[in-house]
Ligand binder design. Structure first.
Ligand code: FAD
Ligand code: NDP
Length: 580
């Protein structure tokens, strides 16, 4: 008994006077793994190798008496028993280890609290709940400047991808109706903006409801409140005394459209308002020249509205510029007007329905003015971090209010971020969803798979859709020494009976120094989103031009164009438009 007591008091003395103590055995693989993890993370720790000590067996016996754990490693932090190797790994991955090292052994209301119920937040919350974690989710929509609000699901569901694609579909239907005569139909119909808005909104309300049900089904506590940090383990319901604590937080607050800092800007709306606009938009000006401006211009024009786009510099910055310009030409040929190299300087209300827009050419300083019924700002988005009280965490943000992260980790160990709120990540729904899932798996399932932000397929849903994955020609040429570009024009068979069928285009950007590995795939044409999604798998798996040549086409489709590309851009051969 005396020996055990002495051993106990020796153990007590040792574990209380050293921050981290690992009772180990030199040959034990689990001990090796635990020690490796601590060493790799520069944590200071003391090791007692029991198999090298004459009283090792009695120490191990005493440890068993004390902790109920027979095996090694037996790990203590600040005198508290943490467990063995897998316990150490668990608390390393889910963030508790950092707290324990800070001598914080508190328990919290939730394992995970997600702030933001959009694509990224919901995906992360559901994944964590499926792993048995106790999860809370906050989602609150601040009304737009014009008072538009919406339900659970975030940007994509309410004011982004979903309504946008349905409006795009409506405009394609109009286009098909007007060309259907050649197929023997007389399908011309009149269009009613209100009907489209009402039906789209009805569909969205169903989705909101489904999301809420899913949270319930997954036992996720949903709080329809704005959350604000108090400290790294505590958030407050904005404007109330109520708080919830959590071991970890995921910031998934997304962004909202940016307004320009010009007089009268409040007269303009944004994509937050457009899809629920209760009046016919009339003559529309879209300010901006990227995804949102061009997609909205495409469907508004397609639905019959007088549409103008004000472009500050180039179309679709970051995208393949050959195709960006083809999109501009195509929109112009459909009747969309472009005001180039210009920015608005003032908006002035003229009666109930009219807005006078004053603008200036950024090069010549030439003035421009015209009157519109609706002005839509699509000049980028600002992350919603302003109300999170990130100062309380000492977390800095970028000028666009976004968070700098490393593998979705912020500088505060219990706080992560996913989705549009991350600096330098593509603002796309599947990116937010995938990043949320992978992050949660890394935290709670100790997996290692990281989000790949590089090879992200995407599509611009202009009337002729533009799908791409990988490098643009310009970026490839700036990165690789020897780039070869194969391309062709084609006319989709669907359009063959039109008097002036639209020219579509396909391009493969290849690395000639690496067996013509395909670095980038680009297609402008109908259903480009569907085509790109399929081919993206090939690009992800490292397909070469020869693989594309070996692939048998499906005839007659647009997608088969990639199996028959023979003309390289470098050959300067003129492209002849061919059928499918
Ligand atoms: P969000 O979906 O924006 O969700 C964030 C949520 O957090 C929101 O509900 C917000 O109100 C809430 N919130 C903010 N602050 C707080 C707080 N403090 N407390 C509680 N809740 C808070 N992507 C595509 O992939 N394909 C497309 O076709 C496409 N089209 C788009 C069209 C438009 C017009 C727009 C605007 C975007 C489009 N996107 C598209 C982008 C896509 O919608 C976003 O990338 C995606 O929704 C981002 O998801 P998220 O989870 O990061 O944020
Ligand atoms: P982007 O940030 O992509 O582009 C902003 C556009 O506005 C650029 O053309 C920019 O021009 C212009 N601009 C910026 N500031 C001003 C200003 N002060 N005055 C005039 N023009 C200005 O923003 P979007 O709003 O188009 O889209 C936001 C994001 O949403 C996209 O990046 C995309 O990830 C996502 N999205 C995805 C879609 C899809 O997947 N199909 C569809 C819609 C959105 P410049 O080039 O000169 O800087």
């Amino acid at each position: 008994l005396k020996t055990i007591q002495t051993t106990f008091s020796n153990i007590d003395h040792y574990i209380n006077n050293n921050k981290v103590v690992v009772y180990s055995k030199t040959h034990c693989p689990f001990c090796k793994q635990a020690k490796k993890l601590l060493a790799e993370n520069d944590y200071n720790f003391q090791v007692v190798e029991l198999d090298t000590l004459s009283d090792g067996p009695s120490i191990q016996e005493a440890l068993f008496e004390r902790t109920g754990q027979k095996t090694v490693p037996s790990i203590f932090i600040h005198g508290k028993h943490v467990g063995g190797c897998s316990d150490l790994l668990d608390c390393y991955h889910d963030g508790r280890l950092n707290d324990y090292l800070d001598n914080n052994f508190q328990t919290y209301d939730y394992d995970l609290c997600v702030i933001g119920g959009g694509s990224g937040g919901i995906s992360a919350a559901k994944e964590a709940a499926s792993l048995g974690k106790k999860v809370a989710l906050f989602d609150f929509v601040t009304p737009s400047r014009h008072g538009t609000i919406w339900g659970l699901g975030g940007t994509c569901v309410n004011v982004g991808c979903i309504p946008k694609k349905l409006f795009h579909r409506a405009s394609l239907l109009n286009e098909e109706a007007s060309t259907s005569d050649n197929f023997g139909f007389g399908m011309k119909k009149t269009f009613n903006w209100k009907t489209l808005v009402e039906n789209v909104q009805k569909y969205i309300r169903n989705l909101n409801n489904n999301y809420e049900q899913e949270l319930k089904k997954n036992k996720i506590d949903y709080f329809n409140f704005k959350a604000q940090f108090v400290d790294k383990h505590l958030v407050q319901f904005c404007g109330q005394d109520k708080t919830v604590s959590a071991q970890n937080f995921i910031i998934a607050v997304g962004g909202r459209p940016t307004y320009p800092d010009i007089p009268g800007a409040h007269l303009g709306i944004t994509s937050d308002d457009l899809f629920s606009l209760n009046k016919d938009p009339g003559k529309v000006l879209l300010v901006g020249a990227s995804y949102i401006a061009l997609e909205c211009a495409g469907f508004l024009n397609g639905l019959g509205y007088d549409t103008t786009v004000m472009v500050r510099s180039i179309l679709l910055r970051g995208f393949d510029q050959d195709i960006a310009n083809m999109i501009g030409d195509d929109l112009e040929s459909r009747g969309v007007k472009f005001i180039r190299s210009s920015v608005p300087t003032e908006l002035i209300e003229q009666g109930m329905q009219n807005i006078m827009v004053k603008a200036e050419n950024t090069n010549t300083k030439e003035k421009y003015e015209d009157v519109f019924n609706t002005v839509v700002f699509a000049i980028g988005r600002t992350a919603c971090t302003e109300d999170l009280n990130l100062n309380s965490l000492g977390l800095p943000v970028q000028p666009n209010q976004k968070l700098v992260t490393s593998h979705e980790k912020t500088q505060v160990h219990s706080v992560y971020a996913v989705g549009d709120v991350i600096h330098n990540a593509p603002e796309l729904t599947p990116v937010a969803i995938k990043a949320g899932k992978l992050l949660v798996r890394r935290i709670y399932r100790k997996t290692t798979e990281q989000m790949n932000y590089k090879l992200v397929p995407t599509t611009v849903f202009t009337p002729l859709e533009y799908g791409c994955v990988g490098y643009s020609e310009t970026d490839a040429k700036a990165t690789f020494k020897n780039v070869v570009v194969y391309h062709n024009q084609f006319v989709p068979l669907e359009n063959a009976l039109e008097s002036e069928p639209r020219k579509c285009y396909a391009k493969l950007v290849c690395d000639a120094d690496n067996k013509d590995k395909v670095l980038g795939l680009h297609i402008l044409g109908p259903n480009a989103g569907e085509i790109t999604q399929g081919y993206a798998l090939g690009i992800m798996l490292g397909a070469t031009k020869l693989d594309f040549d070996a692939l048998i086409g499906i005839h007659p489709t647009c997608a088969e164009v990639f199996t028959t590309l023979t003309v390289s851009k470098e050959s300067n051969k003129k492209l002849e438009s061919s059928g499918c």
